[in-house]
Design a protein around this ligand. Sequence first.
Ligand code: PNS
Length: 162
Amino acid sequence: MRTAVYPGSFDPITMGHMNIIERAAKVFDEVIIAVLVNSSKNPLFTIQERVEMVKQATSKIPHVKVETFSGLLVKYLEEKNINVIIKGLRAVTDFEYEYSMALMNKKLNHNIETFFMITEDKYAFLSSSKIKEIYRLGGRAPELLPDNIERILIEKIESAWK
Ligand code: PNS
């Protein structure tokens, strides 16, 4: 069975992530969405909230599992005996960062392969950070978020300001 890991912070999950997950789930027998616990990016949502949102958003996609990981991604893959990482590439600007990360992961474990999937053009400009900024500043872009996630995001931002 071919299993792949799709890692990320998912703070929160967006339609860009969903697009990659849906397409990856058609190629691999199983896709494990690995949510990073100790993100250095100072996440808006707790790890439990991020996992819950990813689970809700992906519950109808077959062959998808949601887990958490902390520390080195390569170690997590080794423990699970998995050797494929999936990454989405939005634009040339992602390339340099992803390229060095893929090479570094390969250096750490030569058996691990990173598979890049090109993000569909309608989501090429989308990131969790931009979404959070838009919503914090009162803007709305519901078509860029999975069902229910917009409501959770609005509630979170409103409660953070109380
Ligand atoms: O959604 P993100 O925040 O862009 O995802 C980044 C992520 C989680 C894939 C990356 O930060 C990661 O793999 N972190 C784990 C630590 C690690 O293995 N770093 C790579 C060293 S080359």
